[in-house]
Design a protein around this ligand. Structure first.
Ligand code: 2E4
Ligand code: SF4
Length: 337
């Protein structure tokens, strides 16, 4: 009887939205289309998105991932990852006679443009973000003389500016919303005239996934976040789940990384995934849980998402040219018939 009660209490709360955002979808499709269009190999600078499975799958299709543009042999195509690159990287690619496809998420590009604009107006820019993260390196490269990195509230004490009346903060797109607000409050304490970005730098997808995991975190004994260790937004979901009251939260790339011991005494398991995570990996986790008695799944929906981005312009141009050639060949065929 006791056993039956415990089994009846087992359930899964599945967060929505979760997984792929519009920027990731666009970047992954860009690599696939480039492989179709130009044939393998296609070089990609940095992991196109921070997900092991995505990278392994694209490698099997003929993508070659490199860390630096100089590693790409002259005359080849290189795709820039969704996290964005500094202007100097475009220059390196031109010097190496490489054709480029820029898969930087448009919402990252928006932050780059803000940095350029504020630097032009000679502001000191306090960029809140994680030191060493690819996106931060790219954004900082837009205006290295004007940007100071602020890596969380603990870093605020070290910040110095030239003119306290001309200071703005910007941020990485994938930060914890709550922690960023803490950092901003601390910065405002030091620089009362600090101005905020014209619109949110933490993107819609990051925010929505955090809201959803917060909603279910309070009711979950265990939260499983599917995502890779180097995925900033996925790591943030683990932190947000714990902050919301989940008793435990773990990040896994694949279902087989889940430790059976985590389920001890657990009734409700929350499941979510980072913005770079394909749904097939979440399905694997749900199957793993169902096989252990957690087959009852309730979706917790925090927001609806409908945003999509068009493919990088270099690909759209070539795909249009290809479509036009196909139409014209068809026309020739029809005339001959
Ligand atoms: C570009 C910008 O930035 P993070 O480490 O979270 O990247 P990931 O590749 O995991 O997610 C997609 C992405 C790409 C997010 N923001
Ligand atoms: Fe773009 Fe946001 Fe997705 Fe990053 S998480 S790729 S900024 S939509």
């Amino acid at each position: 009887m006791e056993g039956m009660t415990a089994a009846a209490a087992r359930k899964v709360l599945l967060a929505a939205p979760r997984g792929y955002c519009a920027g990731v979808d666009r970047a992954v499709i860009a690599v696939e289309k480039a492989l179709e269009q130009y044939g393998a190999p296609v070089y990609v600078r940095h992991e196109i998105v921070h997900n092991k499975y995505v990278v392994q799958t694209l490698e099997k299709k003929g993508a070659i991932f490199v860390e630096e543009t100089e590693e790409v042999p002259e005359g080849n195509i290189v795709i820039f990852s969704a996290h964005g690159v500094a202007p100097v990287v475009h220059e390196e690619a031109a010097r190496g006679k490489l054709a480029t496809i820029d898969a930087t998420c448009p919402l990252v590009t928006k932050v780059h443009k803000e940095a350029v604009r504020f630097a032009k107006d000679d502001y000191d820019i306090l960029l809140i973000g994680h030191e060493g993260h690819e996106e931060v390196i790219g954004t900082s490269g837009e205006a290295p003389d004007h940007i100071t990195l602020v890596d969380g509230p603990g870093d605020v004490g070290n910040v110095t500016v030239r003119d306290e009346s001309k200071v703005v903060w910007l941020s990485q797109t994938t930060l914890s919303v709550d922690e960023t607000m803490e950092t901003v409050d601390a910065l405002k304490g030091r620089f009362p005239q600090l101005i905020s970005p014209p619109s949110d730098d933490i993107c819609y997808a990051t925010q929505n996934r955090q809201i959803a995991v917060k909603q279910m975190g309070a009711d979950a004994d265990l939260v499983i976040v599917v995502g890779s260790k180097n995925s900033s937004n996925s790591v943030r979901l683990v932190e947000v789940a714990l902050g919301a009251g989940a008793r435990a939260a773990h990040l896994v790339d694949f279902a087989d990384e889940i430790d059976e011991a985590w389920l001890e005494g657990v009734g409700t398991v929350g499941v979510t995934s980072g913005a770079s995570v394909p749904e097939i990996l979440v399905e694997g986790v749900l199957e793993w849980l169902a096989a252990r008695g957690y087959g009852d799944v309730e979706t917790i929906t925090a927001a609806q998402e409908s945003i999509t981005f068009s493919l990088p312009k270099e690909l759209r141009r070539d795909l249009r040219a290809e479509a036009a050639a196909a139409v014209s060949a068809e026309g020739d065929g029809a005339r001959k018939a």
